[in-house]
Structures are given as structure tokens and as C-alpha cells.
Ligand binder design. Structure first.
Ligand SMILES: Cc1cc2nc3c(=O)[nH]c(=O)nc-3n(C[C@H](O)[C@H](O)[C@H](O)COP(=O)(O)OP(=O)(O)OC[C@H]3O[C@@H](n4cnc5c(N)ncnc54)[C@H](O)[C@@H]3O)c2cc1C
Ligand code: FES
Ligand code: FES
Length: 1343
């Protein structure tokens, strides 16, 4: 190989020359660690989250133009960027120079909460504007489809960005008819409404639309002319890059590529690197030589001929999409039917960034059946042109191309040159289908391409092609079906024969990778049914078919249209008497929103390397229950860069995390109790070296019994944690005897992964004296981390300082495990005497830290014909995993919330935490509330079904109404505001009319059904352990008049700092611009409670107020003496008078507690109320569902910041949508978490947000118990996601009723596409009979 080439590219207008570029280095790590541009974030490392989106510009020699497109920096090898210009979030604007309008608008529209996704969002939008300065809403939807946000619920991001749309300035939402009306007709715009009694006190303006920077193209970096010249004058025959382990060759000529392939047949050829990249980066697959084919112009050629399109194998999916989009507009429909089908697939395949990188050739030749292109292209009779040194050959793209999973029949030295995608002929009809866990940006469970050629002028089949991806390891053509239907009339007989044949022909093994065999088979037949109907329709239009089907079937043919979420948000304006400088109660922007939008905001892993810093990587158990026989790090210690291995023996203090007297080992010493338990950790010079070395630590185990993972198995083994809980109101047993009906049932609810966009991590820096250590850590509970690190090191807490600048999302997941990780990292820092950084990769984060508890609720309920519930007896079982963690408190909350808003006179709840051999479940937003409430709402829903009453009516009659009501644990409360929320929600949602409309829709649509559901909510705020209800703050005033507010809370997107500043500003009467919060630091505010339980602002706000009031009391005499002076003068005067300008503030919350012996007590400080109503539509044939509309009315008292509170409501709700519908964790029968990244685990994307999402803060609501009459809001909205679940259940019931099945049926949460489809039983589900071999191990467990 020749000497290495110089890699030249530009980053933000600056030339980068790398003499020894490493082919293994991807752009993300290069930017973050070599260039120091940390605005681009790591969220997953596998292309699945969009946090690392940047813009790449290249000079396209064929088109002679510069093209701009987004890419995923975590998969883009830097060596493939030779001649390219990269623009990151830092390159488009900054707070120091000038913000880019994209940055400004996302910030001002409150589209940045924790901010971790924000740079990626900004770059997706920026790139769109570079290509299209006045985009449509559809463009925005497409551009953001590959960017996940776990905080905001997307709506505010869209609101900010839609201001770039041309007609936005004219005021139209451009979303067509959201919920039937244009938003303008709806009165959605405008700042004030004049409706009803609220008159003009209600505002709908969360941010002013008229003060944005204009889009100014002169602000954009130009494409470096040097690169253009370089591209035009390419010399040499290839680029060569030599890394430590991997070499890469990028030939310029096809002939050279073919020579290389002949010489190195086993070297993979990469272009987009979206298949090979994740394998090398995440799965450790090693290729010493890689050939990059992205510079061969023949592979990128696109030509249109007589017969159709010939697309180069290295063309991106976006290029293909663009070409096809153009032609379907310009060419007659008949010829482009195939292209239309292809487009349907392309539009929901991955995200925009992936489509920009991924190539057509790579998609086909990856030979992965869950990739979507092959099935549709095979149906279209495409031809592949394959070339090698020996010449060229053409082969059809059909099932014979694929030899096995990941293997094709191409010879290793062969290269795919191009693909012919022909026009369809006049009598050919084509369709493509796919169904995934999420409608967009998700791999399909099953994809299909179907084409039938009909004899001209008849209804007789001339040929039929059906291809399925996802029913086996390779592309499958059901041959018998395709052959035997030839020469038959396309009519009902053909349909039933086709289905019968498919039943035999499509053999989905019960052990198929990914499971869901029955569902996949059902889909295969259902897709064919859809295809049948579509062809009938087209043939009828031509007058050649006698076949018919009822009109009610028609809607089955329309795929759901993804819409851009729109809606109204309203809140009560502050009184006109409030000074304009007082921002309490006004929608104020997040304190760091601009920094987050420009990439300037620093998260723990953005901090620069500390001199001599090392990296730590965890070694985790691969067994669920075993004795550790031996841990052998010797091989690892020989690896390059390896410094040391740490395990239990290295812990100088206590090898345990103590939480309420429950110890949990930091490092497993003798026995492991779950897969993913930390056994040791390797410490190396770099993270790559640490990752590789960790794989070489060999642990020998002796498996132990018992081992089980599910709640049911734990019940069988009577494996429980203590304490068990019981609360009872009335006399349940007696009351059950009096009820007219008894129902005994159960509901299972799966767990949930936090999926905060920033993974967990910490930097431990030994200070070199007195055993001091600083930790820069992403924790919600700095004091606990400090305490635990001290215990592990055997050092007093006063020498350990935790700094928390901000978290990229927490959601309860960064309270407990991060403390253990910090202690482990601190042990490594202590042992080596050097700074150590720990940054969990996404897969490890999901494996090690676990999430929300799965719950099983078993109930017996007594009810009367009118829906009155007279008694309910519920036992909650949670899966606690292998250690107690916070499980007991979480169960407490579930049991204490079981009554929700219902006055069930006789109510008994028992709570049992099951001990299993899974990673320990932990706190998650809602803390057991979403599970506790869910079981009760299921009871209400099922009673309504049994009584034949609308569920809303049953909820209504059972609701608490008396002003002085008591919960089942005897806590007094006033439910008036809950009832107000409920009534207002139903009214605003126009519930009764829409219920009728839903019924009408259902009666005229067989394969699509709608459902609508509403729930009220009463949610306890604060910790039931009273001592946690405390807050502390430190406020310093400096001589220049500026104010520094420090408090014990942590900023994780909820805006606690912003609210603290608003409060300080009100008390001190200084503008918010003079007040700052820097970080949470255990050295400034000690012993703080965690930021959790929706109590952060309550605790911190009161403490800040207390501190500021103290300061004001000190300044008061000076102010009175010199009222004409300025703030700065008073402060100066105070200084010279030796008055302390620093004050601590403290808030002692109420003494909440529950006497569990009696099962009663004041468990919560107060209750936050709300109500939510959602409507969905399901596709009974595929299990897909669309969230049509949601209305939420939320009582947050007198909101301190309506923008932040509405943000919490929307974000929490969307997280709940994930919890109850698409987020599904899968464990293998051996207890291994298989869903370990965004490719397998789907959190809501833009497509999951209801097309219309309205949020109203209840007006005239005041909460005397909390700061400035406000209420905590972080957790309650999650539960509202259940309205989607119940609406889905109602829709399924409508389908079942029509088919003569019972409308009472089991449905566990989440209501995934699989469950929806299989619950809509019909002739097709029957054909996909379950596996006969009962001994077959299931693919995954409901744990
Ligand atoms: C987050 C994510 C989401 C995705 N979602 C989807 C989805 O929803 N649907 C879907 O269909 N796909 C999806 N994909 C897969 C994606 O479409 C493919 O990875 C991509 O098309 C592969 O193209 P590439 O150029 O990146 O391949 P590379 O990784 O560069 O190469 C892939 C393979 O193809 C071979 N190869 C490529 N070109 C040639 C050629 N010209 N001649 C010979 N061999 C060649 C290589 O040797 C290699 O084995 C997703 C991928 C990611 C990372
Ligand atoms: S970090 Fe690159 S897509 Fe997630
Ligand atoms: S703001 Fe989007 S992930 Fe936090």
C-alpha cells in the first residue's frame, strides 16, 4: 500500500489537515475530542437518535454544484470526508457573535429543555433552510423525523421552526385541516381569546412571533473555494489511510476498485457506513482493511432511459427518493405506479440523515430482511448490474440473490454497479407495505412488495410477484401462491385461495430472530388482503372487474398520514397590576436556551480533558445468577493503553451503596444476581482502548439456582422484598357481597427505559492533597453521590465535591445508579491518582441502569349496573429486579395513588415488590404513580365495558365531589379543581360530539377504527418520606449588583434554574439579567434532597425566596434611607457598612408521613390535578395506530412560568405515550436485555405526537401550599399517555364487536402494533395459528 494520504476537509470554515487520519475515527469523536467542538452530542453512537447531526457540504462534480445534506456524525468516518466541508452547531451562530435564526427561534419558542437534542435539531433545520429557505411544514416534518427529543414532546420545536414557513407569516399553520379546521379558523393564533367567562385573561401566546431575527443567507459559511478546486483537480488513483488497526483505501476509479476487490475479496466495501459502521463501532466486528467506494462516479450515476431509472449502487436513499419524487410528478401515473410504492417505503425508512448517507446498494447487499428496499424492488423486477475484474453480469433482484442472513450470491470480488428500476407497464399494479414498532424511523417487523400483471382488458392474472422481508433470514417469495394464482380472475375466490396458499407458503419459524412469529404471519396475509383490495379498486376504475367489496373496507387502503403536531396552549395572564419587570407567572425562556441552541452549554462529557485523564469501562456479568469463580483481567492488562483493572478488592472504603439501610454492592464480589451487574472495570488511556480491553476480562462463573425473571415466576417462588404494603378503606369483603356484579381480572404493564438523551457519566478528579476529590457528574442527587463516594473511598464528605452543571435529561434515572458509577470511578481515580472519566455507551446504560418497574395488577371489583363501584380489591406486584433500590417507595406511591380521582367507598390495595434476577428497577418520572393509576383506570374501563356504558360516564359517577374529601389513606383534600379540569377537558375536547363521530366512523369503516378516552388525575406532590421535603439555597450579591443563586436542585431541562431566577428577581426586584445560577455544588449547598417527586421548584423556590428575603431585610434600611439610589449603590453601601451580602435560605416542607400499620396518613404535601382526553385511529389489519388529538387541562395552581409548565405537560404526556404504546423492553429467556439502543427500543418520535395537541392550564387555580400559589408538575402528565392506551382499547373493542367477538378482552401495556393487530381477531389472525411446538422457548419474556 502507498504512503498514507493527507486528509483535508473543513470544519466550520477552518481547514483541517490530518496527516495520519485513522479510518476508525468517526466525525463525532473527532469533533468533540480533537477539535474541541462539543456542541455535537453523543446520544447513541448508532445513528438512531440524531443528537450528532451535522451538515456536510460537498462539491458534486456530476451536477457541478455544491450540495448540502445532514449526516450522522457518529457513523461518518472522517476519512470519507476528504474534500468536504462540515458545519456544526457552533459554525452557524453563537451568543458571542450572532445567533442564527434557527438557534434563536428554537430557544424562544421553548423548544429546548435539557438541550441535549437541541444542536441536532438545529442542524437538521439549518440544513433544510440552506436547501430551501422557505420550507413547507411537510419539509420540516421530514427534516426532523430522525431527531429524537425525550423532553419537549416536539410541539414547541415545531412551533419555533414553522415560523420559517412562507405562509406562517401570513398566519396559517400550513397543516391543512388539523382536527377538521385550519388553525386560523380555530382561532388558534392571536394572543388572547375572548371566549366565555375567561374573557381576556387567557393568553395563547407563549412567545412573541414578531421579534425574530430574519433569515440572512449572508450569515452562512460559504463552501471553501479551495475544496472546489481540489475536487476538480483530483490527482493520484486513490486515498490511503492507515490507522492503528484498520486501513482504508478510497479508489477514484472503478477499475481500481475492481482490482482492489479482486486483491482483497474479504475487505468490506463501504459507502454510507450505516450497516458496517454500527457493526464495527458497537459490536466490535473487526476488518483490517476497508474499501471506500464513495468516490467512484460510475457508482453514483443516475440515468433515465426508455424503460425507467438506472440508479448507481452508491446513490443515497435520499437521491433515489428525490429522483423518484420528481418523476411521479412529471410522468403519467400508469408508468410510475412502482415508483409510488417505492416512495411510500422510502419516506418512512429511517430518518433523513440516515437516508442521506445510506445507499441503495448497501441496503440491498446488507441482505438484512428488516431492510425495506429489497422486497419492493424485487416486486418491481429490478435488475442488478454487477461488475468485477472479469467483467459484468446482470442478475435479477429476487429471492435467489440472498444466500443467508447478511449474505448474497455475489462473489466476494464483485461490486454492485447499478440497479435498473423499470417503469410499470399499463396493466401492472404494485404496492409496498411495512409495519414497524413506530411508524417512522424504525426497522420494520415485516415489509412487502407486491406486483400483479393483469391481462390487458381482463381481470385475469398474468403474473404475480410477492416478496416478504421479515418472515425468515432472507427475502422470501411465496412461490406456490405466486404460481397458483396465475390465470385466475382477480376476485373473491382468488383472495380466499391466495390467503389459504399464503398460510401454507409463508412459514414463519416460532424461533425467528426478533420473535413475533404469529404477528408477522398475520401481517403477511393482511398485506395481501390490502393489495387485493387496492387492485380491485384500480381494475374497477378500468371497468374490468366484477369483484367488489363493501364501501366500509375502503379506508383500509389509506395509510396513515403523518402530520405535524399543532394545537393550542393557553394559560392565565398575570394581573395587569403586576410590574412588567416581575416575570413570575409569565412565559419566560429557559435560562440557558441560547447556550443550548448554540452548543455552548456544557454537559459533563463536554468538559475538556483533564491532564493525564483516563477512561473507565465497566465489566458486567453475563449470567443472571451465578457464583463468581474467577475474574481474570490478565489478557486485558496486556492490551494497548491499559492502565489498571479495578474490582471489589480495590475499594478502600465500603464496597456498597447504602440506601435506607439496604446495601447494594458496587462491584459484585462473590455472586452475581443479574446480567449487567458490575463486576469490575478497566481503566485505560482512551475510551476505545478501555472498551476493547473490557472485552478481554474473563470471568468464570458457576451458575446457581433458582433463576427467574418474571413477576409470575417470582410469585411462584414467593420471592418478595420487604416491606409489603396494605391500605384499606371501608370493608371490602362485606361490600363485595352486596355488589350486583363481581369482576376478577388483571392487567400487566411493562417497564420503561429512561432514555435520557445524555447517557450517565462522571469525571472524577483527585485534587492531590488531603484526599480531596472533585466530581463533575450528571446526577439528580448530588448529596447522595457525594456521600457514597466518600464511603467508598473512606473519606469524609467534606473532601468530596460534586459539581452538577446540567443534565441532558434525568427523569428519575440519575438518582441511584449514578451514585454507584461515581463511586466506582472515584475508586479508579483514587487507585491511579489520575482523573478518570466514565461515560456509559447507550447499550451499557440501558443494560446497567435499568428503568421503570413492570407491574401486574390483580383485582376483584364489585359494581352495580349503573357503573357505581362499591368495592375494589387490588394487589399490585412490581418487578423490583435483584436489589431493592427505590422499589419499596415506588410501590408505596402506586398503592397511595390507586384511588386516583374516585371515591370508591370500599377500597383495598396491597403492594408487593417481587425479587427477580434482573437489573434493579429504579425511579422514573411518576415513581409508581403511572402504574398505580393505570390499574385503577383499567378497573373503571372494564366496568364500563361490562355495564355497556361509556367509560367517561362511569368515571364521572365514581368521582370524588365533596369539597372535604378523603383519600383512601385518609388524607383530606378538596377535589373541586380536579372536577373543574375534568369538566373543562371534556368540554374543550367536545367529547360527546366526538364520541358520536367516533361511533359513526366505526360503523362505516371496517378495517380502521377509532376510539376516544378521557381520564382525570389526582397526583400527590412531594415525598411521602417527610424529611426529603426540604430545600436549601445560597444567594450571593456581588459588589457590582449581580446576584448568584445557588440551590440544591439540579437543572435537567425542567427549568428549575429559570424559575429560581424569576423568584429571586421578584423578591430582590432586580432584573433577571442580573441574576445567574452557575451550577449545583455540594460545597455550596449541602445535604440537598434529590430533584424529584415534582417537588424541585417547591423546595428550591421557597429556599431561594427565604434567602432573598433575608438579604432584602438587610438592605431595607439602606433602601429606605436613600430611596433614590440604584440597586448597585445600595449593594455597595451595604458592603461598606459591613453588611453580609450572602444568605442561605431554607425551606422546611410539611411533615408528610404514612403510618403503614394503620395504612393512613398525610402522604403528600398537596395534589396536582388534571384531565386528558385522546382520540386515536387504528389500522385493524396492521396494528398501526395514529394519535389524532389530545386535549389536556392541567391544574398547576398559579403557574410560575406557563411556558415551562406547558413544556412539562407536553413532554411528560409524550413520554407517557411511549410508555403505554410503543416502548417495549425485551428480555431473553436468559434474562439478557435485548433492546439496548434506539434501533431496538422506540421512544416517541415526531410521528407519535397527536396531530392536534391542546394544553390548557386551569385558570383561577391557586395552591396555598406552594411557592407563589403554584403546583409541582414534573411527573403527573406521564399518566395521561394512558388515554391513548384506553382509546386504542376502545377502538379494538369496536372492531371485535363488529366481528361478533366480545368487547371484553385482555390487553397489556404497552399497546404495541403487534398487540393491536392480534387483538383485532379476524380470519387472518386465525390463519397465523400459534406455534405447535409447546416446548419452544419464547423469544422474549413479559417480565
Ligand atoms: C439508525 C438506522 C436506521 C435504519 N433504518 C432503516 C429502515 O427503516 N429501513 C431500511 O431499509 N434500512 C434502514 N437502515 C439501514 C440502511 O438503509 C442501510 O444500512 C444502508 O442502506 C446501507 O447502505 P450503506 O451505504 O450505508 O452501507 P455500508 O455500511 O457502507 O455497506 C453495507 C454493505 O453493503 C455492501 N455494499 C455496499 N455497496 C456495495 C456495492 N456497490 N457493491 C458491493 N457491495 C456493496 C458492503 O460491503 C456492506 O456489506 C437503517 C440504518 C440505520 C443506521
Ligand atoms: S449519537 Fe449519532 S445518531 Fe445517536
Ligand atoms: S430537550 Fe430534547 S432531549 Fe432534552
Amino acid at each position: 500500500m502507498s504512503s498514507p494520504s493527507e486528509l483535508i476537509f473543513f470544519v466550520n470554515g477552518k481547514k483541517v489537515v490530518e496527516k495520519n487520519a485513522d479510518p476508525e475515527e468517526v466525525l463525532l469523536s473527532f469533533l468533540r475530542r480533537k477539535v474541541g467542538l462539543t456542541g455535537t452530542k453523543y446520544g447513541c453512537g448508532g445513528g438512531g437518535c440524531g443528537a450528532c447531526t451535522v451538515m456536510v457540504s460537498t462539491y458534486d462534480r456530476n451536477q457541478r454544484t455544491v450540495v448540502h445534506y445532514t449526516v450522522i456524525a457518529c457513523l461518518q468516518p472522517i476519512v470519507t470526508l476528504h474534500g468536504a466541508a462540515v458545519v456544526t452547531v457552533e459554525g452557524i451562530g453563537s451568543t458571542k457573535t450572532k445567533l442564527h435564526p434557527v438557534q434563536e427561534r428554537i430557544a424562544k419558542a421553548h423548544g429546548s429543555q435539557c438541550g441535549f437534542c437541541t444542536p441536532g435539531m438545529v442542524m437538521s433545520m439549518y440544513t433544510l433552510l440552506r436547501n430551501k429557505p422557505q420550507p413547507t411544514m411537510e419539509d420540516i416534518r421530514e427534516a426532523l423525523g430522525g431527531n429524537l427529543c425525550r423532553c419537549t414532546g416536539y410541539r414547541p420545536i415545531i412551533d419555533g421552526f414553522k415560523t420559517f414557513c412562507e405562509s406562517e407569516s401570513s398566519g396559517c399553520c400550513q397543516n391543512g385541516r388539523a382536527g377538521g379546521e385550519c388553525c386560523l379558523e380555530n382561532g388558534a393564533k392571536g394572543s388572547k381569546t375572548n371566549n366565555s367567562k375567561e374573557s381576556d385573561q387567557i393568553s395563547q401566546e407563549l412567545f412573541p412571533m414578531d421579534c425574530f431575527l430574519p433569515l440572512d443567507p449572508s450569515q452562512d459559511l460559504i463552501f471553501p473555494p479551495e475544496l472546489m478546486i481540489m475536487e476538480k483537480k483530483v490527482s493520484g488513483d486513490a486515498l490511503y489511510f492507515q490507522g492503528e488497526r484498520v486501513n482504508l483505501v478510497a479508489p477514484f476509479k472503478l477499475s481500481h476498485l475492481l482490482e482492489l476487490k479482486a486483491e482483497h475479496p474479504s475487505a468490506p466495501l463501504i459507502v454510507g457506513n450505516t450497516t458496517i459502521g454500527p457493526k464495527m463501532l458497537l459490536k466490535g466486528v473487526y476488518h483490517p482493511l476497508v474499501i471506500y467506494a464513495g468516490r467512484i462516479s460510475e457508482l453514483k450515476a443516475v440515468t433515465w432511459g426508455e424503460t425507467g431509472l438506472t440508479v448507481g449502487a452508491a446513490c443515497s436513499l435520499s437521491t433515489l427518493q428525490k429522483e423518484v419524487e420528481k418523476v411521479v410528478v412529471e410522468t403519467e401515473e400508469e408508468k410510475t405506479r412502482g415508483y409510488r410504492a417505492l416512495l411510500q417505503t422510502l419516506r418512512c425508512l429511517a430518518g433523513k440523515q440516515i437516508r442521506n448517507m445510506a445507499t441503495v446498494g448497501g441496503n440491498i447487499l446488507s441482505a438484512n430482511p428488516k431492510y425495506d428496499l429489497s422486497s419492493v424492488l424485487a416486486a418491481l423486477d429490478c435488475t442488478l448490474h454487477v461488475i468485477s475484474k472479469d467483467g459484468m453480469r446482470s442478475i435479477p433482484l429476487d429471492e435467489k440473490l440472498f444466500a443467508d442472513f447478511g449474505k448474497t450470491v455475489l462473489r466476494p470480488e464483485e461490486v454492485l454497479l447499478s440497479i435498473d428500476i423499470p417503469y410499470t407497464k399499463p396493466w401492472e399494479f404494485v404496492a409496498a407495505y411495512r409495519q414497524a414498532q413506530r411508524r417512522e424511523f424504525a426497522f420494520s417487523f415485516l415489509n412487502a412488495g407486491m406486483k400483479v400483471a393483469i391481462k390487458e382488458g381482463t381481470d385475469v392474472v398474468e403474473s404475480l410477484s410477492i416478496y416478504y422481508g421479515g418472515v425468515g433470514p432472507t427475502l422470501v417469495k411465496p412461490k406456490l401462491t405466486c404460481q397458483q394464482l396465475v390465470s385466475r380472475s382477480w376476485g373473491e375466490d382468488l383472495l380466499s385461495e391466495g390467503c389459504r396458499l399464503l398460510k401454507e407458503d409463508v412459514d414463519v419459524s416460532p424461533s425467528i430472530h426478533g420473535g413475533r412469529a404469529e404477528f408477522r404471519k398475520t401481517l403477511a396475509i393482511s398485506f395481501f388482503f390490502k393489495f387485493y383490495m387496492q387492485v380491485v379498486l384500480e381494475m374497477r376504475e378500468r371497468g374490468v372487474s366484477d369483484a367488489d367489496f363493501p364501501l366500509e373496507y375502503l379506508s383500509a387502503l389509506k395509510p396513515f398520514k403523518n402530520e405535524v403536531p399543532q394545537g393550542q396552549q393557553s394559560f392565565q395572564l398575570v394581573s395587569e397590576a403586576q410590574p412588567s419587570a416581575d416575570l413570575v407567572g409569565r412565559p419566560s425562556m429557559h435560562q440557558s436556551a441560547f447556550q443550548q441552541a448554540t452548543g455552548e452549554a456544557k454537559y459533563y462529557d463536554d468538559l475538556p480533558l483533564v491532564q493525564g485523564e483516563l477512561f473507565i469501562f465497566m465489566v458486567t456479568s453475563t449470567r443472571a445468577h451465578a457464583k463468581i469463580i474467577n475474574i481474570d483481567p490478565s489478557e486485558a492488562l496486556k492490551m494497548p493503553g491499559m492502565v489498571t483493572f479495578v474490582s471489589a478488592g480495590d475499594v478502600p472504603g465500603a464496597n456498597c451503596r447504602l440506601w435506607f439501610n439496604n446495601p447494594e454492592e458496587l462491584f459484585a464480589e462473590e455472586e452475581v444476581v443479574c446480567v449487567g451487574q458490575i463486576i469490575g472495570a478497566v481503566v485505560a488511556e482512551s475510551r476505545e482502548q478501555a472498551r476493547r480491553a473490557a472485552k478481554e476480562v474473563h470471568v468464570t462463573y458457576h451458575d446457581l439456582q433458582p433463576v427467574f425473571f418474571t413477576i409470575e415466576d417470582a410469585i411462584r417462588h414467593e420471592s418478595y422484598f420487604e416491606p409489603k404494603r396494605k391500605v384499606e378503606r371501608g370493608d371490602v369483603d362485606e361490600a363485595l357481597k352486596t355488589a350486583e356484579h363481581i369482576l376478577e381480572d388483571e392487567i400487566y404493564m411493562g417497564g420503561q427505559e429512561h432514555f435520557y438523551m445524555e447517557t450517565q457519566g462522571v469525571i472524577a478528579v483527585p485534587k492531590g492533597e488531603h484526599e480531596e476529590m472533585d466530581l463533575f457528574v450528571a446526577t439528580q442527587h448530588a448529596a447522595f453521590t457525594q456521600e457514597l463516594v466518600g464511603m467508598a473511598l473512606g473519606v469524609d464528605s467534606n473532601k468530596i465535591t460534586c459539581h452538577v452543571k446540567r443534565l441532558g435529561g434525568g427523569f428519575g434515572g440519575k438518582v441511584m445508579k449514578i451514585a454507584s458509577l461515581s463511586a466506582i470511578t472515584a475508586v479508579a481515580a483514587h487507585k491511579t491518582g489520575r482523573a478518570v472519566r466514565c461515560c456509559l455507551e447507550r447499550g451499557d446504560d440501558m443494560l446497567i441502569t435499568s428503568g421503570r418497574h413492570p407491574f401486574l395488577g390483580k383485582y376483584k371489583v364489585g359494581y352495580n349496573n349503573d357503573g357505581t363501584i362499591v368495592a375494589a380489591d387490588i394487589t399490585y406486584y412490581s418487578n423490583g429486579g435483584s436489589t431493592l433500590d427505590e422499589s419499596a417507595f415506588i410501590m408505596d406511591k402506586a398503592v397511595l395513588h390507586m384511588d386516583n380521582g374516585y371515591k370508591i367507598p370500599n377500597l383495598r390495595g396491597r403492594g408487593v415488590v417481587c425479587k427477580t434476577y434482573l437489573p434493579s428497577y429504579t425511579a422514573f418520572r411518576g415513581f409508581g404513580g403511572p402504574q398505580g393509576l393505570m390499574v385503577m383506570e383499567s378497573v373503571l374501563h372494564e366496568v364500563a365495558v361490562r355495564c355497556g356504558l361509556p367509560a367517561e360516564k362511569v368515571r364521572d359517577i365514581n368521582m370524588y365531589r365533596e369539597e372535604q374529601s378523603y383519600t383512601h389513606h385518609k388524607q383530606p383534600f378538596n377535589p373541586t379543581d380536579m372536577v373543574r379540569c375534568w369538566d373543562e377537558c371534556l368540554e374543550r375536547a367536545n367529547y360527546q360530539d366526538r364520541l358520536r363521530a367516533v361511533q359513526l366512523f366505526n360503523s362505516s369503516n371496517r378495517w380502521k377504527k377509532r376510539g376516544i378516552s378521557a381520564v382525570p388525575q389526582k397526583f400527590g406532590v412531594g415525598f411521602s418520606k417527610g424529611f426529603c421535603n426540604q430545600g436549601a439555597a445560597l444567594v450571593n450579591i456581588y459588589k457590582d449588583g449581580s446576584v448568584l443563586v445557588t440551590h440544591g436542585g439540579t437543572e435537567m431541562g425542567q427549568g428549575i434554574n429559570t424559575k429560581a431566577i424569576q423568584i429571586a428577581s421578584r423578591v430582590l426586584k432586580v432584573p433577571v439579567s442580573s441574576i445567574f445560577t452557575k451550577e449545583t455544588c455540594t460545597g455550596n449547598v449541602p445535604n440537598a434532597a434529590p430533584s424529584a417527586a415534582s417537588f424541585g421548584t417547591d423546595a428550591v423556590g421557597m429556599a431561594v425566596k427565604d434567602a432573598c428575603e433575608k438579604l432584602m431585610r438587610r438592605l431595607q434600611p439602606l433602601m429606605e434611607k436613600n430611596p433614590q439610589n440604584t440597586w448597585k449603590q445600595w449593594v455597595n453601601e451595604a458592603f461598606f457598612q459591613k453588611t453580609s451580602l450572602s444568605a442561605t435560605g431554607f425551606f422546611m416542607g410539611p411533615p408528610t408521613d404514612v403510618d403503614w400499620e394503620k395504612g393512613e396518613g398525610q402522604a403528600y404535601y398537596y395534589f396536582t390535578f388534571g384531565a386528558c382526553c385522546s382520540e386515536v385511529e387504528i389500522d385493524c389489519l396492521t396494528g398501526d395506530h395514529k394519535n389524532i388529538r389530545t386535549d389536556i387541562v392541567m391544574d398547576v395552581g398559579k403557574s410560575i412560568n406557563p411556558a415551562l409548565d406547558i413544556g412539562q405537560v407536553e413532554g411528560g404526556f409524550v413520554q407517557g405515550v411511549g410508555l403505554y404504546t410503543i416502548e417495549e423492553l425485551q428480555f431473553s429467556p436468559d434474562g439478557v436485555l435485548m433492546t439496548r439502543g434506539p434501533s431496538q427500543y422506540k421512544v416517541p418520535a415526531l410521528c407519535d405526537v397527536p396531530a392536534e395537541l391542546n394544553v390548557h392550564l386551569l385558570a383561577n387555580a391557586e395552591n396555598p401550599h406552594a411557592i407563589y400559589l403554584s403546583k409541582g408538575i414534573g411527573e403527573p402528565p406521564v399518566f395521561f399517555g394512558s388515554t391513548i392506551f384506553f382509546a386504542i382499547k376502545a377502538a379494538i373493542a369496536a372492531a371485535r364487536t363488529e366481528r361478533g367477538l366480545g368487547d371484553a378482552f385482555p390487553l397489556s401495556s404497552p399497546a404495541t402494533a403487534e398487540k393491536i393487530r392480534m387483538a383485532c381477531q379476524d380470519e387472518f389472525t386465525k390463519m397465523a395459528s400459534p406455534p405447535t411446538d409447546g416446548a419452544m422457548a419464547p423469544w422474549c419474556l413479559d417480565v
